[in-house]
Design a protein around this ligand. Structure first.
Ligand code: CTP
Ligand code: MG
Length: 223
């Protein structure tokens, strides 16, 4: 049985200055509802820690009330890394590993959760990723510097499976965690080895408004 931490403490600046992407409509429910539901219905997940912005406690609690049996709350921090760290403080299960999943990825499948949980426990981090399909250029002030070799690049998703004690050590050893955009980067900075499992191209992160349009179209096709 495992705990999952869902960082939901961001302000979604790239989505909208006025409305929260996590409360955008995703097949008749808010995005955050869909994300939590995916883990709530997974038989191996028994604790879901939702890390929400400090001013939104009541809205999160009422939106996610149906999931109360598995959900706990923690307060978000100024960065994603700090939000996850706050979530880790609230973990009560004794499982050696944690799952960490972006609130903004509501279309996470049980197959993907299973794939991330499958590798032997000896791996301190397991990360889903998909090959990069666009040609990637390095640029400076709109001037092309070079084309990067795409074959060595992958785009990283969540859920990420991380060894809890190793992550807590990484927090203790890292003076400033703010710049890390995922837990894998923090672990890498400590020289911790990680492995990749195939991600899911449909496990889209809602970043810009059109992502939510694409997600709703995808989910309509698959349900
Ligand atoms: N997140 C968080 N605490 C923060 C910042 C981000 O818990 N201080 C969460 C977001 O809520 C989101 C996930 O981390 O579920 C991935 O971050 P991102 O997609 O960048 O979301 P935002 O930071 O909210 O969006 P933006 O960067 O456009 O402002
Ligand atoms: Mg962000």
């Amino acid at each position: 049985m495992v705990s999952v931490i869902i960082p939901a403490g961001g302000s979604g600046e790239r989505f909208s200055k006025t409305s929260s992407k996590l409360f955008g409509d995703c097949q008749g429910h808010p995005v955050i509802y869909r994300t939590v539901a995916a883990f709530f219905t997974h038989p191996k997940v028994d604790e879901i820690i939702v890390v929400h912005p400090p001013h939104n406690t009541a809205l999160f609690a009422s939106t996610l009330a149906v999931f109360n049996a598995k959900v706990r709350y923690a307060m978000g921090g100024d960065t994603r890394a700090q939000s996850v760290k706050n979530g880790v403080d609230h973990v009560t299960t004794s499982h050696s590993h944690l799952l960490i999943h972006d609130a903004a990825r509501p279309n996470v499948s049980h197959n993907l959760i299973n794939a991330v949980m499958a590798p032997p426990d000896a791996h301190p981090m397991v990360i889903p990723a998909v090959p990069v399909t666009d040609t990637i250029k390095q640029v400076k002030n709109n001037a092309i510097q070079r084309t990067v070799d795409r074959s060595v690049l992958m785009a990283v998703q969540t859920p990420q499976r991380i060894h809890k004690a190793t992550l807590i050590n990484a927090y203790d050893d890292t003076p400033s965690i703010e710049s890390f955009t995922d837990e894998a980067s923090l672990m890498e900075s400590q020289g911790i080895p990680g492995i990749i499992v195939p991600g899911d191209p449909c496990n889209i992160k809602v970043t810009h408004p059109q992502d939510l349009t694409i997600l709703n179209a995808l989910m309509t096709m698959h349900h």
